[in-house]
Write a protein that binds this ligand. Structure first.
Ligand code: DI6
Ligand code: FE
Length: 411
């Protein structure tokens, strides 16, 4: 139609009478708007701001929802999970209660190896069935985007099975899924201790097939004494780069191998865990724009005592995201609300840092800040509507879920 170019922007849904946590403030804070409204058209935000500044014609014919003063944040983003896994490790939990350490169990053939055995035995359909309750638990607290890693298959067939299962979860539920290939997670038993040969397989066998099938949005690795060295991870990152895939790293979780600095050197999206990261690592991350992903569930569950250097990250301007790390071995956690409480209580992170960490900074850690993570025009209309008055209530409670409604792509 000739007049289409001048057509007034309309919306199909409008949430009014709400307090907005836009995360769009210039000062990097929460960007709160009292008496705000959010409008969406075809799943995209077309207005987010004070209700009285909104053009009256915008809502003509739209579905209008009165939020009765509730709080609206962007939909929550869990940017680091191992959600697709088989079975559980409750028996190792019991061993640890008797005094065994995580590393001792791993070196004795338990740990990740036992989850590998279980995953290899499970069909793709069975994996999806096992994973859906975990996904539902996260979504029940307002999660609208989730990152899911492979890393319990450790051969081509089973890594592909894991990533396909992760992709299929997005067809089962109204949620955005980002997948990460974590072939360099642990050494499978058939590698018989030969890390170099296994990394060859990751690079020459698994990655090309996974990249060709479009099954991974990024490549990750576990850089640790019980896993892979900086040099081995550098080989994996070179291969990822050759396939045009962004990288991220499990870095400096149990010791300081300078994994964060390696991640920064490769322009990684994020360096995750980072408990043992030193000042040079933090400075390198800041320079590279690599996000620190703080994972308090694993810290708590393995009773780590070395806290991530939050003050160094602040001083150097490293952005911090928060995630569950949901996995059967070190973080059987399916709550981003509890994750926020842990970051505040254990690491003295502020309410603003915690909320930004599961929205804007988590989006940044996934390389998706242009699409999600804030309430801004042009972004996907993913919202969490909360029955709370103060943003701090989302961080302060433990084990209580005040979610009123969850909106994914405007629905
Ligand atoms: N770091 C972790 O905390 C998990 N993976 C990793 O690289 C642990 C995974 C597991 O024990 O199953
Ligand atoms: Fe992890």
């Amino acid at each position: 139609m000739a007049s289409e170019g001048n057509f007034h922007m309309a919306c199909d849904r409008l949430w009014r009478n709400a307090k907005l946590v836009t995360l769009a403030a210039d000062d990097g804070g929460l960007g709160i708007i009292e008496a705000g409204a959010v409008a969406s058209l075809k799943g995209q935000i077309v207005y987010a701001g004070p209700e009285k500044e909104m053009s009256a014609s915008l809502s003509n014919g739209a579905d209008v929802i009165n939020c009765d003063g509730r709080l609206i944040t962007p939909g929550l983003i869990d940017c680091h999970t191992h959600l697709v896994h088989a079975g559980n490790r409750a028996h190792e939990f019991e061993l640890r209660l008797k005094g065994a350490s995580y590393e001792e169990i791993a070196r004795a053939g338990g740990g990740i190896a036992s989850s590998v055995k279980a995953l290899r035995a499970a069909s793709e359909d069975a994996l999806i069935k096992e994973t859906l309750p975990r996904l539902d638990a996260l979504m029940a607290e307002g999660v609208t985007t989730i990152e899911i890693k492979s890393g319990y298959g450790l051969d081509r067939e089973n890594e592909i099975k894991s990533l396909r299962a992760a992709r299929r979860l997005a067809q089962e539920r109204n949620v955005t899924v980002r997948t990460t290939f974590l072939g360099a997670h642990a050494l499978p038993p058939e590698a018989k201790g030969d890390k170099t040969a296994y990394i060859d397989t990751v690079i020459n066998d698994m990655l090309p097939a996974i990249a060709a099938a479009g099954l991974a949005d990024a490549v990750d690795g576990f850089c640790e004494g019980i896993a892979f060295s900086v040099d081995e991870m550098a080989r994996v990152f070179d291969a990822a780069r050759a396939h045009g895939l962004p990288v991220k790293l499990h870095a400096d979780q149990l010791s300081n191998l300078h994994g964060a600095a390696l991640a920064a050197r490769y322009g990684a999206l994020s360096a995750d865990h980072v408990e043992y990261t030193d000042e040079a690592g933090a400075a390198a991350m800041a320079k590279a724009g690599t996000v620190a992903v703080i994972l308090p569930g694993a810290f708590y569950f393995i009773r780590e005592t070395q806290k991530p250097p939050i003050d160094l990250f602040r001083a150097h301007g490293v952005k911090m995201a928060l995630a569950t790390d949901c996995n059967p071995g070190t973080a059987p956690l399916t709550s981003l609300l509890l994750t926020m409480n842990m970051c505040a209580t254990l690491f003295r992170m502020t309410v603003d840092e915690c909320i930004a960490g599961v929205t804007r900074e988590a989006a940044r850690a996934l390389g998706m800040l242009d699409q999600i993570g804030t309430l801004e025009v042009g972004k996907q209309c993913d919202l969490a509507i909360w029955d709370v008055e103060r943003p701090a209530e989302l961080v302060y409670r433990m084990g209580f879920n005040p979610l009123h409604a969850r909106i994914w792509r405007g629905q």
